[in-house]
Design a protein around this ligand. Structure first.
Ligand code: 0PR
Length: 390
């Protein structure tokens, strides 16, 4: 920073140059984000200064947040679910598990052994091996042991493996509705039954799939309709077409949210349940705007187009004898491609395409977001062919 500032023109030039170096989504097949809807951008800009960390000052935005929570609760079959708008899936996952851990540590059994001076074992959490890396952060921050359950042939978590990892220090289970790498949905109904039987929590990470599954023709059971599901993470800034960093965390019961309470004596409101203090009101307004503008029919149309594009891509690839590792459930495709690391870097270097890689099993991963078009797929497939042929 200089003593005297630059001119507006100079700043704009620098920003335009920097923006020019950012990739356009038109070459991106690796991201779970996309261009936000125009109405979301407009609302975001209108509420740019709104801080939900001190929502007593921003009552209007706060009311919009309440309406979003009740609409998403309704979408996930529990209108009176409680929660708040987070800064994305990572915060939602941290807070969901923090609530489990806090309630576990307060439980009479744990307190009894602690007051007897016994050394209490470390609480543990059973997650699918396909869980997002935010759960590794959860484990580190909350000092909870992460037990990773193996996947079955369809890359869903194996129920037998989950069962074998549960013991008396298990605070809960995690299920994924739309895994980051494969877009797969775990057998959540069975996991819900297990959670009820064992009297433990079940968090569903629907950060990606939450704005996909409810709008598909096939009915997937993944939400609060299943009585064992105790919390859900769902991100409007991914398939919800809202702006970054719009995330939502919902709990089945208010005592779960209460376990996250912190006193905030000098703010306009006396308590806070969030992980972050300052929190974007702009993303709240954007989410309200896009959800109410599109309605369920609008999201159904978006999802149906993404699935049409996904099928189109798979047909074209089949002609080249390239096949997916699993039949895609949603708009995430993991392909069996030999030497996929090299293919990925050549696609980037020679054709400027961004794709990603799945770890286990190893594959070339594509996410067919709303910014993808039929022309984009044609052009990608033709470039992939060139890479594979030479
Ligand atoms: N849960 C699931 C199932 C996710 O897929 C993700 C992110 C998260 C939680 C964490 O969400 P936040 O990143 O909002 O905290 N999945 C993508 C990933 O890590 C996010 C992403 C988005 C990556 C855009 C790249 C990108 O360009 O792969």
């Amino acid at each position: 920073m200089n003593e005297t500032g630059l001119s507006e023109e100079e700043i704009r030039k620098i920003l335009n140059d920097s923006k020019g170096k950012d990739l356009k989504y038109e070459r991106v097949l690796s991201s779970m984000c996309t261009y936000p809807h125009k109405i979301a951008i407009e609302a975001h800009m209108q509420f740019i200064e709104s801080n939900m960390g001190d929502f007593g000052l921003f009552r209007g935005t706060y009311n919009l947040e309440k309406e979003i929570l009740s609409s998403i609760g309704d979408l996930l079959h529990k209108t009176n679910a409680v929660g708040y708008m987070t800064t994305g899936g990572t915060e939602s996952n941290i807070q969901a598990i923090r609530s489990m851990r806090n309630l576990f540590l307060q439980s009479p059994e744990y307190q009894k052994s602690a007051s007897n001076g016994q050394k209490c074992a470390r609480p543990n959490l059973v997650v699918p091996d396909s869980a997002h890396f935010s759960f590794d952060k959860v484990s580190d921050i909350l000092d909870v042991e992460l037990r990773k359950a193996s996947l079955d042939d369809e890359l869903k978590v194996s129920v037998e493996s989950v069962k074998s990892l549960i013991d008396e220090n298990t605070i809960g289970l995690v299920a994924i509705a739309g895994s980051t790498e494969f877009g797969q949905v775990d057998p959540i109904k069975t996991l819900s039954d297990i959670a009820l039987e064992k009297n433990i929590f079940l968090h569903v990470d629907a950060a990606f799939g939450g704005f996909v599954l409810p709008f598909m023709e096939k009915n997937y059971e993944f939400d609060f309709k299943l009585p064992g599901v105790t919390s859900i993470a769902i991100d409007p800034h991914k398939m919800g077409l809202s702006t970054i960093p719009a995330g939502v965390l919902l709990f089945r019961d208010s005592h779960q949210l209460e376990s996250l309470k912190a006193d905030t004596p000098y703010l306009t409101v006396s308590t806070q349940y969030t992980l972050t203090g300052t929190r974007s009101g702009a993303a709240v307004a954007a989410t309200y705007a896009v959800m109410n503008y599109l309605g369920k029919a609008g999201y159904r149309k978006t999802v149906s187009r993404c699935m049409e594009l996904t099928d189109y891509l798979l047909d074209k690839l089949a002609e080249m004898d390239i096949h997916p590792l699993i039949k895609p459930v949603m708009n995430v495709v993991a392909l069996e491609v030999p030497k996929c690391d090299i293919v990925r870097s050549r696609l980037a270097k020679e054709f400027n395409w961004q794709v990603s890689i799945t770890q286990n099993p190893h594959g070339l991963r594509l996410v067919i977001m709303p910014h993808v078009s039929f022309e984009m797929i044609d052009s990608f497939v033709s470039d992939l062919k060139k890479v594979l042929d030479t």
